[in-house]
Design a protein around this ligand. Structure first.
Ligand code: ZN
Length: 267
């Protein structure tokens, strides 16, 4: 079985590509998929593998945020309803086409596949929260502040005690900071803690628990603290970067974005 059941009729599948976690929630005849991967071909792989769980078609997709590896498979699952944050939908609409060529240049292995992408942003957009019926059960979508992007949403399946956190959390590698707001990230993750009552699924890496969320929270707090010390001239950037916060070296753009925030450059 390639799917891992992490709660009653709630599954994840971790793909080698980017170590990405794709989620599935089954309820009645509904099939909800969390994030749609990087290309239509990758999304079709999900659709094929879903047949191990159900013969019903995907009826709902949820994009945790606008990044290509979470949204470029959307069109494959239509006519499913698509949910996402209002700013994620807008960003995908504005920048999706350009992103195709950027990623094609950066990752030649998926260049031809990604050029098949039909940019297909979510039409069921939320600002703060929404409850989505999945057959006989309810799933809660919510936004908790800027962090990995300005439009990350999380998904809670209360009757299965599962939290899908998208890229607000990442296991086994440093989070991605390119579009992030590092100074706000700790407060956003803090607001996830009350939602944790069982399994926690990061956007990439292994499924975790409350301890995993607390560990990530401590790392984000420390990053903000180190950045403030650098900005105040109390610490060298090189020394700050040597401290291991996440698995592996802290990416340059973690501090770049945090310092830009402290200088008031990221509004
Ligand atoms: Zn992301």
């Amino acid at each position: 079985m390639i799917w891992q059941e992490i709660g009653d009729r709630v599954f994840t599948r971790r793909y080698d590509f980017f170590q990405q976690q794709i989620g599935v929630v089954l309820g009645g005849r509904d099939v909800l998929v969390v994030d749609t991967r990087s290309t239509p071909a990758q999304a079709r792989e999900v659709a094929t593998e879903l047949r191990q769980l159900t013969r019903d078609p995907v009826s709902i997709i949820v994009d945790t945020h606008w990044h290509f590896d979470h949204t470029f498979g959307n069109s494959v699952f239509r006519p499913a309803a698509a949910w996402g944050h209002v700013r994620a939908a807008a960003r995908l609409r504005a920048d999706g086409r350009a992103t195709i060529e950027e990623v094609a240049a950066e990752i030649p292995a998926i260049a031809s596949d990604i050029r098949e992408t039909i940019i297909d942003p979510p039409e069921r957009t939320i600002e703060d929260r929404a409850t989505v019926a999945v057959g006989d059960r309810m799933v809660e979508l919510s936004y908790h502040g800027r962090a990995h992007t300005d439009g990350d949403i999380v998904l809670v399946v209360p009757d299965a005690k599962v939290l899908f956190a998208g890229d607000l959390l990442e296991e086994g590698a440093p989070p991605s900071f390119g579009d992030s707001f590092p100074l706000e990230w700790p407060a956003t993750v803090e607001r996830l803690l009350p939602l944790v009552s069982g399994a926690v699924v990061p956007g990439h890496g292994a499924v975790g628990d409350r301890g995993f969320v607390e560990g990530q929270l401590a790392a984000f707090r420390r990053l903000a603290e180190l950045s403030r010390a650098v900005e105040a001239g109390r610490l060298d950037l090189e020394a700050a970067m040597r401290e291991e916060l996440f698995p592996g070296p802290t990416p340059d753009d973690a501090f770049e974005r945090a310092l830009a925030q402290l200088r008031g450059e990221l509004i």
